[in-house]
Design a protein around this ligand. Structure first.
Ligand SMILES: *Cc1c(COP(=O)(O)O)cnc(C)c1O
Length: 386
């Protein structure tokens, strides 16, 4: 069975993990800060806070900007539920901006319209979370320009985009946002098993995220009531959680980071090959805006109802019968039962719903061989021939 995604673990990754296991610290040692610095340098951001998941990185970002009850957070329906849950966990209200039908990320015109209505009703959001769907970048420059006249934070959900570029700069550099978040789940571009990281150029936000990641506790005398603390003393000055990454995870992360260029370039090559090999089939292939260099976390295709009578379900099950297991990204967040209980309905965000009903994510990962890729192409050809 060819899966849609999988990690790639080399001997060097295994060696790094074993070394960490044999070291003095399994958590709160020197490797996590090394990993944080390496990621920050790699993407030209000033600060990095590693966490035990991408979801927790989104959550500490929302907490650090002070998102709370009475505030609202806007994201897109075409994402994983974590992009919205991070706001709900802070007690904020959630709303969505639909995606744009070509690049599948936040629609800048829809955002402009929604902002102007919200401004006239004094209901502006405290933060927005654009999502870099499939590894391409959302239109961050335009989004930043729209939001800059208001007092609104931008947190980028760049879970799919580790190693991507936008307008010639690495995604994660935070040029157009306050905080940028990567996920290191095994299906993503590089992995720490579970894990994530929050990047920022704002030192206050960085300090606050680091504190919230570990119980809201500080040992920094400048932040403490007792400015001459004993060596064992710490003070909890706000509410936080234990969202720390372990030394073992960070060791794997450092090792995988050395392979990031290799990971992304193989994915780009596979994407170009799919583009070529699938050209004749009744599929809408991914179109990437020239400003953005995608990491190709996903290779999303749409079954084109104008050129085939088969629907997405039929294509999915036909591939499954041929030992290929694609996936579908994403079930629009607002259509989940939990969100419908909050008052959202099917039909609220038609572009995301149209996209979801036609989309298939074809197998795409570093270790996918040319031969395996060709068998995916042949299986699709057979599907549409019948
Ligand atoms: C994977 C993912 C997350 C969450 O990352 P975890 O590391 O699994 O917590 C958040 N947003 C998007 C868009 C994702 O794909």
């Amino acid at each position: 069975m060819i899966q849609y995604a999988r990690q790639d673990i080399a001997q060097s990754d295994i060696d790094a993990v074993i070394e960490a296991l044999n070291s003095d610290f399994l958590t709160q040692g020197p490797i996590v800060p090394r990993f944080e610095q390496a990621v920050a340098e790699r993407v030209s951001a000033s600060h990095a806070i590693a966490t035990n998941s991408g979801t927790s990185a989104l959550h500490i970002a929302c907490m650090a900007i002070g998102l709370g009850p009475g505030d609202s957070l806007w994201t897109v329906p075409n994402s994983f539920v974590a992009s919205a849950n991070c706001g709900i966990l802070c007690g904020a209200n959630i709303d969505f901006v639909d995606i744009e039908p070509i690049n599948y990320c936040m629609d800048v015109n829809a955002l402009a319209e929604k902002l102007s209505i919200a401004a006239s009703e004094s209901k502006l959001p405290k933060a927005i979370i654009p999502v870099h769907y499939s590894g391409r970048s959302a239109m961050m420059k335009e989004i930043r320009a729209l939001v800059s006249q208001f007092d609104i934070f931008i947190v980028e959900d760049a879970s799919h985009s580790t190693g991507g570029n936008y307008l010639g700069k690495p995604v994660g550099s935070c040029q157009y946002c306050d905080v940028s978040v990567f996920s290191f789940h095994p299906v993503k571009i590089m992995t720490t098993t579970e894990g994530g990281i929050a990047l920022t150029n704002n030192s206050e936000l960085a300090e606050r995220m680091a504190r919230i990641r570990t119980h809201g506790v500080t040992r920094n005398p400048a932040e403490m009531e007792n400015s001459q603390p004993q060596p064992w003393e710490y003070e909890q000055i706000e509410l936080g959680l234990n969202y720390r990454m372990s030394e073992i995870q960070a060791a794997l992360g450092l090792s995988q980071l050395n392979r990031l260029d290799e990971f992304v370039s193989r994915r780009r090559q596979l994407a170009m090959q799919y583009d070529e090999q699938l050209r004749e089939l009744p599929l809408i292939l991914p179109r990437i805006h020239p400003e953005s260099e995608s990491t190709w976390h996903l290779y999303p295709v749409l079954v084109d109802s104008e050129r085939t009578s088969l629907n997405r379900e039929q294509v999915y099950f036909s591939l499954l019968e041929q030992d290929i297991k694609p996936n579908v990204h994403f079930i629009p967040i607002h259509t989940q039962p939990y969100f419908r209980k909050m008052g959202f309905n099917r039909g609220d965000f038609p572009v995301s719903e149209w996209f979801y009903s036609n989309e298939l994510s074809l197998p795409m990962y570093f270790g996918l061989s040319d031969e395996q890729q060709l068998s995916v192409v042949r299986a699709l050809e057979k599907t549409f021939r019948n």
